[in-house]
Structures are given as C-alpha cells and as structure tokens.
Design a protein around this ligand. Structure first.
Ligand SMILES: Cc1cc2nc3c(=O)[nH]c(=O)nc-3n(C[C@H](O)[C@H](O)[C@H](O)COP(=O)(O)OP(=O)(O)OC[C@H]3O[C@@H](n4cnc5c(N)ncnc54)[C@H](O)[C@@H]3O)c2cc1C
Length: 232
C-alpha cells in the first residue's frame, strides 16, 4: 500500500462544544440544577474541572454521556476488504461510493497489501491479475452488462471511498478493537488516522482512543502480541 495514497482521512464534522456538551450530560445526572444552567455555569468554562468529572463518569462505564457527540470522516482509498470490516460496526452510519452507479471506465483503482507489495515477483503477478480482471469487467460492460452485475468480478482489493459517521462511544469502541494488533493492518491504519484527526482537535481523547488492552491493562486475545499481560 503506498503510504501517501492509502486511507486518506479527514474529520469533516464534530460538535463545537464537545467537552461542554459531555460535561453538561454528566452533571445533569447528579445535579438538582437544570442542564441549561449547568451549560452556562462557571465550571463549564474550566477545562480541567470538566475533564475531571468526565474522566470519572466515563471510566465508570456511564457511556450514554458520550453518545451525544457525533463525528464524521471523509475516507478515500481504502480497499473493499477494509470497508467491509468497518461496516460491521453497527452503530456507525455510512455513505459509500456505489459500484452500481459508478461504472469503471478503465483500470479500476486497487490497494496492494504490503506483504504482496514487498515481494516484487508476486507484486508483478498481482498487478497483471488486476489488469486481467479490469479487461474482463470492461468486456462485460461494453457488451451491455450493467455495472451492478459486472462488479461481481471486482476484487476485495478494489478501492472505495465513503463518508462515515459515529458517536464518541462507538469511536472509542472501534479504536479499542481495531487498534489492537490482532486487527488487520489496513483497518488499523485507517482507524488510527481517524483517531489522530480527532485527537488533533480534542487532545483529551488520546487516552481513550487506544487498543483495548491499554484501557483494561490486560489482553483478552487468544494470540496475544505480548504488549500486556494476558487475562488469567
Ligand atoms: C481482530 C478481529 C477479528 C475479527 N474476525 C472476524 C471473523 O473472523 N468473522 C466475523 O464474522 N467477524 C469478525 N470480526 C468482526 C467482529 O465479530 C465484530 O462484528 C466487529 O468487530 C464489530 O464489533 P462489535 O459487534 O463489538 O461492535 P459494534 O457493531 O460496533 O457494536 C458495538 C457494541 O454494541 C453492542 N451491540 C451492537 N449490536 C448488538 C446486538 N445486535 N445485540 C447485542 N449487542 C449489540 C455490543 O455491545 C457491541 O460490542 C473480527 C473483528 C476483529 C476486531
């Protein structure tokens, strides 16, 4: 996978007052005061104070408070294999480039996994094979087969793009699962870029957007990478 081209990610939408919104949600649960007063109060100007409460509430598993935060990413140049893994996350929303409506006009774009990229002989065969698929795809469409049926021959390596949105609870869950070294490299890179884009604007989230072992202090995988002690 060419590192510069692969998995282009941009955070295109996030709430302006993320911290204040979560803080208001957290305090509303424990305060006689109204959410509106909490939102306008002095402590909702104090980042340290807000973070102290938020960290306490979230680390005790009170996750509804972070579901109020919705973020959206523009994602390009990932493989269909990777997008298929991403769409397994059921609390996410997707708008993905359609292989029904967008007909390939020449060689379709595809992603080559590093293990193949690093083997020149196999890489050459891989590229030739993609070329043959493309030729057959074009033969099908030129003979009147609609793109929605011709796509049956396109591979998992075919490139795709999408807008993906999710709330903060789901993003933390996604990061915990897909930053784990047991996840495939491509989705690991993609999710890391999504997390980095958000952390750049909300640095306090860095501690949450980590592999699950870093949150729990242990590993629950059968084949552990050894980074953390395995759960007994
Ligand atoms: C390393 C790795 C390997 C994998 N290998 C395979 C594989 O071989 N085959 C395969 O099919 N999948 C595989 N998956 C996908 C995996 O099984 C999950 O479908 C995917 O990770 C989404 O996780 P999730 O269900 O926890 O999360 P989400 O769908 O994002 O849901 C988040 C959480 O919401 C709750 N939730 C959502 N929907 C329901 C529901 N219907 N009922 C109850 N609770 C719900 C659960 O608590 C869930 O954890 C793999 C995933 C990883 C990370």
């Amino acid at each position: 996978m060419s590192k510069d081209k692969f998995a282009q990610v941009r955070l295109i939408s996030k709430p302006e007052n993320m911290l204040k919104t979560i803080y208001t949600a957290c305090r509303t649960c424990y305060s006689a005061d109204s959410p509106l007063n909490i939102y306008d109060c002095d402590s909702a100007q104090d980042e340290e104070k807000m973070l102290k409460l938020i960290n306490k509430v979230v680390s005790s598993g009170h996750y509804s408070t972070i579901e109020h935060i919705q973020v959206s990413f523009a994602i390009s140049n990932i493989s269909r294999a990777c997008s298929h893994q991403l769409v397994r996350h059921r609390h996410m929303s997707f708008s993905q480039k359609s292989q029904r409506y967008v007909k390939e006009k020449g060689q379709f774009e595809y992603l080559t996994p590093d293990t193949i990229e690093n083997n020149p002989e196999l890489k050459q065969k891989f590229d030739e094979f993609m070329g043959k698929i493309s030729e057959f795809y074009l033969e099908l469409t030129e003979n009147g087969i609609p793109a929605e049926d011709a796509r049956a021959v396109l591979p998992n390596a075919a490139s795709t793009s999408m807008v993906a949105s999710l709330n903060l609870r789901e993003l933390i869950h996604l990061a915990n699962l897909r930053l784990c070294t047991r996840a495939q490299k491509e989705i690991r890179i993609l999710v890391k870029r999504m997390c980095d884009a958000l952390v750049e604007e909300e640095p306090w989230l860095k501690a949450y957007l980590v592999p699950k072992c870093e949150r729990w202090g242990f590993c629950d995988e059968d084949k552990s990478c050894g980074r953390m002690p395995v759960r007994g």
